[in-house]
Design a protein around this ligand. Structure first.
Ligand code: TMP
Length: 219
């Protein structure tokens, strides 16, 4: 019997407030309408254990979390996510679309928290190994605009800022610089998408990129 081809792994990334989750939902809808079997998931989270870890990581009252503890919790949630969701879905040949994955740890913990990329890479080798995204879309927006959007969202929902959104402008500038560096270092996998445009325009670019990658894959 012929082995089933591995599925395709797409991740969406960007600093807080770029409109990433809206683009994620639209992309999943698009892929399903084209007949793909899609596993839509997110990080931190995506599993029961991961969602519990997410609550610790995002709660504003977890103010005293040490940067290494934060990184370790991200990878604990990721290990569970890989074992329970991502690897089984890829083995079934599905298109996995994740709202954030390991590039977020490089950008937020490696650059934002200044833990350095070598530290993150060491954990990543052990936990993700060869399970790496095939295509990563980074929604890029100046932190000044993105944080304004994230704040507007909280006012609408009458919610308070999470631990990451509450970090200052300097932190988010480092995170953005991290994403830009990742895109420069791995231009075949990582595509920057300008997020200072209308939702439909951004989505059209994302769909075109994803469709092109999937077509190449099936060719
Ligand atoms: P979300 O708001 O996009 O769901 O992401 C939750 C927050 O977690 C966001 O501020 C980015 C942060 N995060 C990290 O710092 N490191 C990671 O590895 C991941 C996956 C998320």
């Amino acid at each position: 019997m012929k082995a089933k081809p591995r599925g395709f792994f797409i991740t969406l990334e960007g600093i807080d407030g770029t409109g990433k989750s809206t683009q994620f939902r639209l992309l999943v809808k698009h892929l399903r309408s084209r007949g793909y079997c899609v596993c839509a998931t997110r990080e931190p989270g995506g599993t029961h254990v991961g969602e519990q870890i997410r609550r610790i990581l995002l709660a504003s009252r977890t103010a005293s979390l040490a940067p290494f503890a934060e990184l370790a919790l991200m990878y604990a949630a990721r290990a569970q996510h890989l074992a329970e969701v991502v690897r089984p879905a890829l083995a079934r040949g599905e298109v996995v679309v994740s709202d954030r994955f390991n590039d977020a740890s490089f950008a937020y913990q490696g650059y934002g928290r200044k833990l350095g990329t070598a530290t993150v890479r060491a954990l990543d080798r052990v936990i993700c190994g060869r399970t790496q995204p095939d295509l990563t879309l980074v929604l890029d927006l100046a932190p000044r605009l993105a944080l304004g959007r994230a704040h507007g969202r909280e006012v609408c929902r009458n919610s308070t800022r999470g631990r990451f959104e509450a970090q200052g402008m300097k932190f988010h500038e480092r995170v953005r610089a991290g994403y830009l560096a990742i895109a420069r270092q791995d231009p075949r996998r990582v595509r920057l998408v300008r997020a200072d445009r209308p939702i439909a325009e951004i989505q059209a670019e994302i769909r075109a990129l994803v469709d092109r990658f999937l077509a190449r894959r099936h060719a």
